[in-house]
Design a protein around this ligand. Structure first.
Ligand SMILES: [Fe+2]
Length: 204
């Protein structure tokens, strides 16, 4: 029996990028406030090879000068599954993201969201579904060119922190797909690592 307090939303998409590029987009935390208009000041407090805990300052729609702190836990559960857990405006949610390879550079992304609503929020279930679906579409559209562009430059032998090969003749896809390695590397003094409680601020 389905729990009436749970708002469940499943969204399926397809995109012309490899599975690892699609997952990279979730693990690349440096694009958040650059690409997504709703994000400000994402701070990573702790991360390791398959998980990360972050605090985001999320802007409230229509009142952008008010920001609320939102915790986010992410874990790469297995090769095809990523979970995120968060609390937004007091609503606890989990997102199960399944990414399946359709082709070497074509992926299917299934986002299955579950929001645990309080009794007083139940009359707004349909409204929340509409608002969330709209929000998800906006985020998808903002991330879409990020994934496509990354696949394109990786196919030209782009290397993180190095760039494209100097010779044009070497900017050709050699058939070897990019392999995601977690955590995704950042510059030493990245703004993602400046929170006073970040594990990187601990004295060694
Ligand atoms: Fe994104």
């Amino acid at each position: 029996m389905t729990d009436k307090k749970i708002l469940e939303i499943t969204i399926k998409k397809e995109i012309d990028c490899s599975k690892d590029v699609a997952f990279w987009n979730y693990w690349d935390h440096e694009h958040l406030d650059i690409i997504h208009s709703g994000f400000a000041e994402p701070h990573i407090l702790y991360e390791d090879r398959n998980f990360m805990y972050r605090i985001d300052a999320v802007k409230i729609p229509f009142i952008p000068f008010i920001k609320i702190s939102t915790p986010m836990f992410m874990v790469q559960h297995d090769d095809n599954t990523l979970y995120t857990y968060t609390v937004q405006l007091g609503i606890v949610s989990r997102n199960k993201i399944t990414i399946n390879e359709i082709d070497k550079q074509k992926s299917e992304i299934i986002m299955n969201y579950k929001f645990l609503l309080k009794y007083w929020q139940l009359p707004f279930k349909n409204l929340l579904r509409k608002l969330f679906t709209k929000w998800n579409e906006r985020i998808w559209n903002e991330d879409y060119p990020v994934k496509i562009r990354r696949q394109k430059i990786l196919n030209m032998n782009f290397k993180d922190f190095i760039g494209l090969p100097m010779k044009r003749s070497e900017r050709e896809f050699k058939g070897e797909n990019y392999k995601l390695v977690l955590p995704v590397k950042r510059y030493k003094n990245s703004s993602r690592d400046q929170h006073p409680l970040s594990f990187k601020k601990e004295k060694k």
